[in-house]
Each structure stands twice: as structure tokens, then as C-alpha cells.
Design a protein around this ligand. Structure first.
Ligand SMILES: [Zn+2]
Length: 289
């Protein structure tokens, strides 16, 4: 069974099989807890198969899936679609080229979404080429119109986004591509966490290196993904980038300086963290007595 559909739309059977497979992978990788997460896949310009609410995505069967039109009307199926489908339908409306959407709560990417830190540093070659930068959609009340409105600005320019205090959303040309991007977002977040919070250092790629990676991304047919911050952006003394990307980084560098600063720990920061760890150890030892 192939889940990749570069031309046209998948059949109903192929779309449903792809959704069930992604659901199993999502649950097996702990990207969702309980009945969380949702997956959808387009089968025509105006119809999309999607996952139901109130069901573990790791144990779905064919008859649980729901066929909807892009207005949100249920055309086939007896289960209730997730309220988060509004977010999926908005992706399809904003960018008609998208054929599948995946939403999950992978723990590390979700932690970045809670911390308000976008995944926008050029530290990982595969991430620059494959998914690009991952911005954060502002906080939105679940189930309301605020949610689709919050993600709309990124749908035509990026391959996914974090949802503030909630989780992550990715989209693609087929259901497996949308899922692979979700895996890549979590991997990018995990490496960012290790380098920033545990190792305490990450060497960013230079403007010239990022240029070459983005050129390769474009040559592979991916025209979305934005431009993550390079080392020249971070080191710029003012809001003007000193690297070759110039205008592309200007502004973003200045705006995110505070965020960039939180990534590298000073010696004092490390001492503070050690002190906190020692206090926690003492408290735990007290309780153990
Ligand atoms: Zn969610």
C-alpha cells in the first residue's frame, strides 16, 4: 500500500488506509495521549476524510472515519468529527495545494509551544531543507474560530506551525508527507532542547550555509518553509543582519534577540540551575525520610 500521492487525489480506500496508519504511528510514538490528535486527507477538491472525536487514534477502524466537505458538512460516516477539524478545513481553504493535515501534541514540540519559543534557528541541516522554520500561532481558545484564524497566516508560507499552549500542526502533499513533517518537527524540537537546555550550546549555520540548504530545498520542489535564523543574524549588533541574507533576517533578528539569548546558558545561569537542582534534591530527600 502506498500512501504517497504526488498527482491527483488518492482513492477513498487509499486515503482511509493512510489515515489509519498515521494514527497508529502517532499513538505508538507518544505524540498523543488519550483520544487526542486528528488527521485528515483530501480525496477531491471539496471532500476530505477525517478522524472522529472521542476515539484513540492508535486503534481506529475504517468505519470510524468521517467524510466532510470543506464547509464542514458530514457527507458519510456515523461518528462525530473532531471540533479541531475547523483548523484542518482552514488549511485546505487557505492553500488548495495541501492534501493532508496532521495535528498532534508531541511532548517536546508542545513544550516549545508552551514556552513561546519558535523553532527558528538554523542548527540542523535536515530541518532547514525538509521543514524550514516552524513559527508559533498565537494562543487560541480550543473549539472556537480563533483557532483557524491563528494558523491562517502560515499556511501558504510554511510547512507546519506550533500552536501556543497546545501542540503542533503540519500539512503536506499527502498524508504520509504531513506525518513525516510532524516527526521532523518533534526531532527538531528535541535537538533544540538538548543543545540549548542540556549541552548549553548550539553552533548555528552561517548565512551562506543556509542559502545553499534553502537552494537545495527549492530544487527539490519545496517552496515553503521560511528562513531560520543563521549565526550572522544572531551575532548582528543591531537589528540589521551582517550576513548575506540581509533583508531576509532584518527585523526578525532584532525582534527575537531575547529568544535567541535564552538558548545559550551563561556560567552564572548554569550555576543557578545547579543550585535549583540541589534544592530539589534536598526537598526530595527530606520527603523520603
Ligand atoms: Zn489538539
Amino acid at each position: 500500500m502506498s500512501y504517497v500521492f504526488n498527482d491527483g487525489f488518492p482513492s477513498d480506500h487509499e486515503a482511509k488506509a493512510g489515515i489509519l496508519e498515521v494514527g497508529r504511528r502517532m499513538y505508538a510514538k507518544n505524540f498523543v495521549a488519550s483520544n487526542d490528535g486528528n488527521i485528515s486527507c483530501k480525496v477531491s477538491d471539496n471532500t476530505v476524510w477525517c478522524t472522529p472525536t472521542g476515539v484513540s487514534k492508535g486503534y481506529m477502524t475504517d468505519e470510524m472515519l468521517v467524510l466532510m466537505d470543506l464547509e464542514g458538512n458530514v457527507l458519510r460516516g456515523t461518528f462525530k468529527p473532531s471540533s479541531e477539524m475547523k483548523m484542518h478545513l482552514r488549511v485546505y481553504k487557505e492553500n488548495p495545494g495541501v492534501k493532508a493535515v496532521v495535528h498532534a501534541h508531541p511532548p517536546v514540540a508542545t513544550s516549545f509551544a508552551i514556552a513561546g519559543i519558535p523553532l527558528n534557528r538554523a542548527i540542523l541541516t535536515e530541518a532547514v531543507m525538509g521543514i524550514g522554520e516552524i513559527p508559533i500561532a498565537p494562543y487560541a481558545m480550543p473549539g472556537t474560530q480563533e483557532v483557524p484564524d491563528s494558523i491562517a497566516p502560515f499556511v501558504c508560507t510554511h510547512n507546519g506551525c506550533l500552536l501556543a499552549n497546545h501542540g503542533a500542526l503540519t500539512w503536506g502533499n499527502d498524508v504520509m508527507e504531513a506525518w513525516m513533517r510532524m516527526e521532523s518537527v518533534e526531532y527538531y524540537a528535541t535537538v533544540s532542547m538538548y543543545t540549548a537546555g542540556i549541552i548549553g550550546q548550539a553552533n548555528e549555520l552561517t548565512c551562506a550555509q543556509v542559502d545553499r540548504l534553502i537552494e537545495r530545498r527549492t530544487n527539490s520542489g519545496i517552496t515553503t518553509g521560511g528562513r531560520p535564523h543563521c549565526s550572522d543574524c544572531k551575532d548582528a549588533a543591531s537589528s540589521t543582519c551582517s550576513g548575506s541574507c540581509g533583508a531576509a533576517c532584518t527585523g526578525a533578528c532584532g525582534k527575537d534577540k531575547k529568544i535567541a539569548g535564552t538558548y545559550s546558558m551563561s556560567l552564572q545561569d548554569r550555576k543557578d540551575v545547579e543550585e535549583v537542582i540541589n534544592i530539589v534534591k534536598m526537598v526530595l530527600a527530606e520527603r523520603g525520610r
